[in-house]
Write a protein that binds this ligand. Sequence first.
Ligand SMILES: [Zn+2]
Length: 121
Amino acid sequence: MHELSVCQSLVDQVEQIALTHGAKSVELVKLRIGPLSGVEPLLLQHAYPFASAGTLAAESTLVIELVPIKVSCEACGTETEAEPGWLVCGACGSCHTTLVSGDEMMLMSVELIAAERTNHV
Ligand SMILES: [Zn+2]
């Protein structure tokens, strides 16, 4: 399953951050996902407990923020939201657009539990 391997590399990344900061464990992981990232947020959410089992992130909560698709129009310069597979300008209908957001999978923040206090990274 594609999402499980995506999830495993996410957990690796999170665990690396936790180790760098000398944290005891991870409490919360915030992720931004766009519809064009090729990752299904729901499947990722389901895969997370399996991928994080036995790691510092085992008890953590994964919060996924969905990012809308946005395109910038080369014809009229407007930035509008677009649908997957239909990246046209919402203002003038031109198909000469550049993708601004919607294809990212970005780790936004990680909340760690330190031995004595909580760190926000
Ligand atoms: Zn336009």
